[in-house]
Ligand binder design. Structure first.
Ligand code: GDP
Ligand code: IMO
Ligand code: MG
Length: 415
């Protein structure tokens, strides 16, 4: 199980791709096209939003019940991968996954506009509204594409309500039933071939000794229950939800690898204690190429936050960490690492605050580690190794992999 340990974009795609080489099945269990996972292998770059990263290596790639699927995005992605010579015939989508419909995207956009300064900074892909309809039990599911009559009927019922919201509440243009029904029937015709019982298939794979990898999207601090609410995504991102999202029992997951950058980034709004003030922020962004994979937005950059990472160790039961982008820190002579938060009342804590107001006002307490000022290639210089060791010691979790560049091969196995 591979899970993002910070606020997303930690390099999960790269780690999944690497481990997929020795796996048979790769599963996405939550989220949708808000994800943007980058894989660089064999001189080619892939940016994937909806399909599990294992597809690049021709592995069986499953989209579980806990996901939301935008058929337009999914089909375009499959087409693009196909045109680049990638075999997508082993992609399977759970019939229980929910469809992102055009009104979800429109409502996501309109709602962000309406919130103004209070906006969440979503990816505007309709994620929140689609999960909201799922929870309200009025969503349209992937299995509804199997029957044209049911699909049309569900679209009709949904639109009758959504158009009122769009016109009267958000004051944007409504959708036209015939146009949407025709467009989604054409998507449905193509999607049918990919629908399957992903829970059963994963169970069978595990029973026959296959290696199954779960690919988390978004990340721990964006988790709907445990993240920095309301500045979170609308699904449960943490490791335990891999079981629910795919439809297997929690006892089947034996290892959980947290992916963390050697520093921290965050896209969108919300508190961020170690966000760098001053020119170093720009420098990290430039050296690290910190611009959104999906939205192109500038990512906010900060120093490594071990209080937040300790929380990720707890929430996910991490058995090891992959520390990515250590090479980016070669640009800095000294490296502040946050080891505690100072709270409003002057006390200091190593544990992530349980209440929002404490977190919003928490100030980082840094320890400064020595930099190495040399490119990382091959064996790590002593100071870089010491940086990884410091993380390991402070959190009491082994750092098993260190990322030293974007390509698949640019990784050092410490264990
Ligand atoms: P994900 O959403 O967690 O899969 O991460 P993204 O793909 O959105 O962002 C991570 C970015 O960092 C991508 O551009 C990767 O190619 C890149 N990357 C991943 N690992 C490393 C690394 O160890 N070093 C460097 N320099 N770049 C990396
Ligand atoms: P990957 O899988 C980084 C953030 C958005 C916003 C919040 C809610 O590539 O790591 P949403 O559209 O989900 O309702 O947006 O969550 N967000 C991500 N940030 N990486 C992601 O995915 C993200 N997916 C959502 O920026 O702050
Ligand atoms: Mg990403």
């Amino acid at each position: 199980m591979i899970v993002g340990a910070q606020w997303g974009d930690e390099g999960k795609g790269k780690i999944v791709d690497l481990l997929a080489q020795e796996s048979d099945v790769v599963c996405r269990y939550q989220g949708g096209p808000n994800a943007g996972h980058t894989i660089i292998a064999g001189g080619e770059t892939f940016k994937i939003r909806q399909v599990p990263s294992g597809v690049i290596s021709g592995k069986t790639s499953m989209i579980g019940a806990g996901c939301v699927v935008d058929p337009e995005v999914l089909l375009a992605e499959l087409d693009e991968l196909g045109s680049r010579g990638i075999d997508t015939s082993s992609v399977v989508v759970s019939g229980n996954a929910h469809l992102i419909m055009p009104w979800h995207v429109a409502i996501d956009q309109a709602s962000e506009r309406r919130l103004g300064k209070l906006k969440i900074g979503t990816t505007r892909r309709g994620i929140g509204p689609a999960y909201a309809d799922k929870a309200s039990r009025i969503g349209i599911r992937v299995q509804d594409v199997l029957d044209p009559k049911i699909l049309r009927q569900k679209i009709e019922v949904a639109l009758a309500e959504k158009n009122i919201w769009l016109e009267r509440v958000y004051e944007v243009a409504p959708f036209e039933l015939e146009e949407i029904a025709a467009r989604y029937e054409s998507y449905a015709q193509r999607l049918r071939a990919y629908v399957g019982d992903t829970s059963l298939l994963v169970d069978r794979a595990l029973r026959t000794g296959k290696e199954v990898l779960f690919e988390g999207a978004q990340a721990t601090l964006l988790d709907l229950d445990h993240g920095t609410y309301p500045f979170v995504t609308s699904s449960s991102t943490v490791a335990a939800n891999a079981a629910t999202g795919m439809g297997i029992g929690p006892t089947r997951i034996d290892r959980v690898i947290g992916v963390a950058k050697a520093y921290v980034t965050r896209v969108g709004e919300g508190p961020f204690p170690t966000e760098i003030q001053g020119p170093d922020q720009e420098r990290v962004r430039e050296v690290g190429g910190e611009f959104g994979t999906v939205t192109g937005r500038e990512r906010r950059c900060g120093w490594l936050d071990l209080v937040a990472l300790r929380y990720a160790v707890r929430l996910n039961g991490l058995t090891s960490l992959a520390l990515t982008k250590l090479d980016v820190l070669s640009a800095f002579p000294e490296l502040p690492v946050c080891v505690r938060y100072r709270l409003r009342d002057g006390t200091e804590t190593e544990d992530f605050p349980a209440h929002q107001s404490d977190f919003h006002t928490a100030k980082p307490v840094y320890e400064t580690l020595a930099g190495w000022r040399e490119p990382l290639d091959g064996e790590l210089p002593a100071a870089a190794r010491a940086y990884a060791d410091f993380v390991e010691r402070t959190l009491d979790v082994e750092v098993s992999l260190v990322g030293t560049g974007a390509e698949r091969e640019r990784v050092v196995a410490l264990r």
